[in-house]
Design a protein around this ligand. Structure first.
Ligand code: AMP
Ligand code: TRP
Length: 325
């Protein structure tokens, strides 16, 4: 099986990114052909400072390695290093329709607060580039958090449309969503997604000091009552902490619930904080070592060469199918 996923190098990565995406990537690497990339072209869809972009690219690459991705097994690369992404994007934009793109939740959310006359085209056509990313590598599985599933679904629509017209050219991808932790919520507003664009005591950033992480968890909003159980409606805060705990321990929500059946909120939060710190602490340490070692550039350079070989084959197939070659 081919597996592909990526993360946009914008903002500061959160514990939500770790649980919903990063942490799941490595488990595919022994039995599949895995491509993990940095979606730097997608990062340009909202204003971003060039220096910040450069730093984020480096940091995410280090995070990939710190999360256990082995560059000998996995092709790790930067989207803009493989020109086939932009070339396929240019072709595929003709097979997705404006009405469909207009209905994308991410576009609606991000453009909502923007001046209507200043919404970049790239934000609107984001799903076309994302479809190109997925289809170039003939990915069967695409591990993502819940918020990206709609983009994989529209890629599936595109595959049907394209293949109906030109024959079986593109490979049908499927989203893979973590059983526990597909949507980690803010600690201060547990009905909102934990998000890297916020900057709030409710978001745990992967670069936060461990003492800050502990403080954020200890002051997480809980709910009235004293029971520790999963109840999204009435106990979104407790449910979110249980989800974080279960996802990091790799256990079911039910098992986590059982563990804290008789615990008090304070002790429960302490246990969650310890768990997060015991995982994120060593993770940060590994990332720091990667950055110091200068490994990042080497990994990305080698990855781009490997990725381009695969991507160019698909690009060629598509160019032939539509009559460009
Ligand atoms: P983004 O932050 O939009 O670049 O997302 C990168 C990856 O992390 C995608 O697969 C998202 O679905 C996932 N992700 C982002 N935020 C969360 C969250 N709060 N909970 C779970 N997964 C998330
Ligand atoms: N849109 C994803 C995000 O917000 C990043 C991404 C770009 C991606 N292309 C992709 C994820 C292809 C999976 C597959 O982070």
């Amino acid at each position: 099986m081919r597996v592909l996923s990526g993360i946009k190098p914008t903002g500061k990565l959160t514990l939500g990114n770790y649980i919903g995406a990063l942490k799941n990537f490595a488990k595919y690497q022994n039995e599949n052909e895995v491509f993990i990339f940095i979606a730097d072209l997608h990062a340009l869809t909202l204003p971003i400072d060039p220096e910040e972009l450069r730093n984020n690219i480096k940091l995410i690459t280090a995070f990939y390695l710190a999360a256990g991705l082995d560059p000998e097994k996995v092709t790790i690369f930067k989207q803009s290093d493989v020109s086939a992404h932009a070339e396929l994007n240019c072709i595929l934009q003709n097979y997705l329709y404006m009405g469909e793109l207009n209905r994308m939740t991410q576009f609606k959310e991000k453009s909502q607060t923007m001046d209507n006359n200043a919404i970049g085209l790239g934000l609107f056509t984001y799903p076309v580039l994302m479809a190109s990313d997925i289809l170039l590598y003939e990915a069967n599985k695409v591990p993502v958090g819940e918020d990206q599933v709609q983009h994989v679904e529209i890629t599936r629509d595109l595959v049907n449309r394209f293949n109906n017209r030109y024959g079986k050219i593109l490979v049908m991808p499927e989203p893979e969503i973590a059983k526990v932790g597909k949507r980690i919520m803010s600690l201060s507003e547990p009905t909102k997604k934990m998000s890297k664009s916020e900057n709030d005591k409710g978001d745990i950033f992967l670069i936060d000091d461990l003492s800050v992480i502990r403080k954020k968890i200890m002051s997480a909003v809980t709910d009235s009552g004293s029971e520790i159980k999963v109840d999204i409606e009435n106990k979104p805060g407790i449910t979110n902490l249980l989800t974080i705990y279960a996802a990091l321990k790799d256990i079911s929500l039910e098992a986590a619930e059982l563990e804290f059946k008789d615990a008090r909120y304070g002790d429960f939060k302490k246990a969650v904080a310890e768990t997060v710190i015991n995982i994120i602490g060593p993770f940060q340490e590994r990332a720091r070592k990667v950055i110091e070692s200068g490994e990042v550039d080497r990994v990305l350079n080698e990855g781009a060469i490997k990725a381009a070989k695969v991507a160019n084959i698909t690009l060629h197939k598509v160019q032939k199918a539509v009559g460009l070659k």
